[in-house]
Design a protein. Structure first.
Length: 179
């Protein structure tokens, strides 16, 4: 706890006893943007939104769609293709720290669902056979978000860990609004 008190004191403006008031207090924050995830999630798109109550507690959710990848093997007339994609949907909670009047750092954690969709096809002697499968599992996440106020609009980035059957590191960039 002493480390947290020192961190808050370091972030305070000269002459203030505590950190700045987060610009997100008692406001809705929305954002959308690009994501990149390890463990073959690759490029994706995501959106997040929520509300910060008076006590600086953030309650919200996020959704990401991962493009995954597609692989092809073989020779003409005999080939195997495999593609996969995925999505996650999470309820999240966090705490908004006002670093300055226009910068908020929000550590967060949450839980929800992760779904992977896989399609595999085999082509041999002119005949193609395909199989589609989808699996949805419980998942969790934790990380932090940095948000900068641009007068009602905001820019931000986040770094988090996503875990379900496997664990992935996610980096995201968002543009959004606070109202």
């Amino acid at each position: 706890m002493a480390g947290l008190a020192v961190a808050v004191a370091v972030c305070a403006w000269p002459g203030e006893a505590s950190a700045a008031r987060p610009f997100t207090l008692e406001r809705v924050s929305l954002g959308a943007g690009l994501r990149y995830g390890s463990d073959d999630l690759n490029l994706g798109l995501g959106a997040r939104g929520g509300y910060t109550i008076r006590e600086s507690v953030y309650i919200g959710g996020l959704f990401d769609y991962w493009f995954g990848e597609e692989d092809e093997y073989g020779i003409p007339g005999n080939r195997v293709t495999a593609s996969w994609s995925g999505w996650d949907l999470m309820a999240i909670g966090g705490y908004d720290f006002g670093i300055s009047p226009v910068i908020v750092v929000r550590p967060f954690g949450g839980f929800g669902l992760f779904s992977a969709n896989v399609e595999g096809c085999v082509e041999a002697l002119g005949n193609e056979t395909c199989d589609d499968r989808s699996e949805t599992d419980a998942a969790g996440t934790f990380g932090a978000e940095l948000i900068a106020d641009l007068g009602g609009w905001n820019l931000g980035g986040d770094f988090r860990v996503l875990f379900a059957d496997d664990t992935a590191v996610v980096i995201g960039a968002n543009i959004g609004a606070t109202f």
